[in-house]
Design a protein around this ligand. Structure first.
Ligand code: CA
Length: 276
């Protein structure tokens, strides 16, 4: 089979042939070569920047990512990571929260603040028991997180989800917008939700929560993010209220209710598929 790349591959050590099979179905067979990364612009391989100071974890992350067919760059300091992100614009960043020079949350904040890097999705990598850090990171604009020790399957599924979503992210505003997630059709022009062509009767808050989550499927949103998306920062609304709305929303979505996943201690996300 002609891949369009193979003819130009050197036979040297930098050419790695990978044939991964994974139950998530996300992995492609692919030839990768770190020196050939920008050859094929139209269908190029995504580059993932890993900012992680512990060599063992960095190596593990890099190996999983490389085996899945992505290109990977590793930086062991926050500042070097930020510079690399600005200069080389990776497609996604895996960011350790505990870094020796600059705190991971600070790195996240800076990357989100800089116009050059603001659109690059960030997956935080945190040790267990750092729930408040996870919440802070998501509120600073990170897309998702994995906790140590992580499974390669979870890690790659997260990466794949985020990369796919950032390719076709729905604009945040504007009318005429229709979002569809596995049979749930959200028509923001009509303010209407349909499943199998049947209109689902939702309250305004339920509708807005669903619409907010559906704009970035698989991205985790904290309760506070949901509250500000719904009402802005000036309205005081309890996090518990969000839980009540979500419970009602799930019930009304029936068999599709399982798409809204509770992320323990953190918030909610809308998954594109559910294990039934
Ligand atoms: Ca660390």
């Amino acid at each position: 089979m002609h891949t369009g790349l193979s003819a130009d591959y050197p036979c040297g050590m930098n050419s790695v042939k990978t044939a991964m099979t994974d139950s998530t179905g996300v992995i492609k067979n692919m030839n990768i070569d770190s020196r050939q990364s920008d050859m094929d612009v139209s269908n190029r391989t995504a580059t993932i920047l890993v900012i992680e100071d512990e060599p063992e974890i960095a190596n593990l992350l890099a190996t999983h990512i490389r085996n899945a067919g992505y290109l990977v760059r590793v930086m062991d300091r926050g500042l070097a990571g930020m510079t690399s992100a600005q200069n080389d614009r990776p497609d996604l960043i895996l960011l350790d929260l505990m870094l020796p020079d600059v705190d991971g949350l600070e790195v996240c904040r800076e990357l989100q603040r800089e116009a050059l890097t603001a659109s690059i999705p960030i997956i935080m990598v945190s040790a267990r028991g750092e729930e408040s850090d996870i919440v802070d990171g998501l509120e600073l604009g990170a897309s998702d997180y994995v906790t140590k020790p992580f499974s390669s399957k979870v890690l790659l599924a997260r990466i794949q989800n985020i990369l796919r979503r950032s390719e076709n992210t729905v604009p945040a505003t504007g009318s005429g917008e229709v979002v569809s997630v596995d049979g749930i059709v959200i028509d923001n022009d009509r303010h209407e939700v349909r499943i199998d062509d049947k209109i689902i009767d939702l309250t305004l808050s339920e509708y807005e929560i669903l619409h907010y989550l559906a704009r970035r499927p698989s991205f985790v949103r904290t309760r506070d993010q949901i509250i500000s998306a719904l009402h802005g920062d000036r309205v005081v609304m309890s996090r518990r209220t969000i839980d009540v709305h979500v419970t009602a929303l799930r019930r009304k979505l029936g068999a599709h209710g399982g798409h809204i996943e509770t992320v323990r201690g953190v918030g909610y996300r809308l998954n594109e598929s559910v294990s039934r």
